[in-house]
Design a protein. Sequence first.
Lengths: 168, 351
Amino acid sequence: MSDEKSTEPVQILLTPVELDYTYSAGVSASRFLNAMAEGKLLGQRCPVDGRVYFPTRGSCPQHGVPIEGEPVELADKGTIVTYSINRVPSENIDLELPYAAIQVLLDGADTVLMHVLGETSIDDVHMGMRVEAVWKPREEWDTSVGNIKYFRANGEPDAPFESYKEHI
Amino acid sequence: MRDVAVVAFTQSDSVRRAFDRNEVEILIPVIHELKQNVGFGNEDIDFICSGSSDYLAGQSFAFVAGLDAVGAWPPVSESHVEMDGAWAFYEAWVKIQMGYAETALVYGFGKPSMGDLPEVMALQLDPYVLTPLWPDAVSMAALQARLCLEQGVTSEREMAEIAVRDRKNAISNPYAQVKGEGDPAALLEEPYLVSPLRKHDCSPISDGASAMILAAGDRARELCERPAWIRIIEHICEPQDLGVRDLTRSRSTEIAAEKSGATSDKIDVAELYGPFTHQEALLQRALGLGDATNVNPSGGALAANPMMAAGLTRIGEAAKRVWDGSADRAVAHATSGPCLQQNLVCVLEGN
């Protein structure tokens, strides 16, 4: 009997792993996040070709050079370069389904920001649509990109494809 | 075998806590300085290999962000080892030996200050019978040190002398973290940290990074006046179970030394990755090092121990001695795993 028991396969072994880490977002991301808390959108310019990365980052991933210059403040409006209609609920997003997930090229930036579209019918969303940020009430601002509640159509004429074709 | 050499090397300062910078920001200036030193753009690099650990970063695929420091657009040929950069160095060397690359960029980086390093190291142990007990890395090294002392392999006095030697050597190393003159007798007055280890027996916890360029044949000669030619790299691993190993010697280092021929000729400089003083003593014996060899002119890991980079840094520091002519033949060593489980031996020559 005991032999049979001792050769029974052990199928579950619980070995909980709990480790604490103290993170630093880093110099570059900290600068971006601190600016977000003041309602500012910061990008940074690659010293080689002048492309503006948003958010700020410590290096240009294309040229592999450090980006150390002063940040560039960007407008809180831009152009939708691509989108998707989302019908999958997420407890972290306070929007009615379906909603549009969008990639926005902020005016003055060369990289896109992923966000959501609000106050705008999903039947209207399209590439080239001009949008503006809708911010949460100021008292709710934090060091978070979530300070922007969503983007909404701002009524400007569509941006021509040529103006964003390098960024899709 | 192809002639492949270490032609450039850079490193960050080793610091106890790089508070404001993340791992990638530690790495960025190191890679940038390295490329500038050899006038390289990404188009000059055929292969990139890095060593780091997600467990130190506390997040999965943390190494991918490291590529931001290199620049990976247009796409690059790249690989990563979840090990010290010394093993990334080995992979790059193999890649060049096989003819797939003429040049390679190798780097290692880590920011262990984010977590509790001795605890994090428990995750490399047997997950069924050892990790659930959470033996921390210092305690495991202390068990080994006790064995070595009881069997007369080393002495607390010799261990203190090793600490004094390395800290003294580190005075001339601007990147080192623990340095200065010391007196073995005074160190032996200090209390035990984890008996029989005192603080000076343990390497510091360091945030840092290092990086190097390898090149083959004439490319190496173009880039470096006196390249540090990699004659051989051997790495040997012992079992995970401490109970089946002889912890009072480093058998894997002995075998790697023998197979590589490292000990068959004079060794001018040896850079050893001994995270604890008694382990340095074991490594010196495994490599048969005597007075003719300058051991750890950089101060070794006892002066600066950036996890995942410290092994690669041993190779870089050994290469520096070949470049400046102070060594014709240098041996670099790297270790991984608890109590010197896995060991790499590399022979570098100036001619």
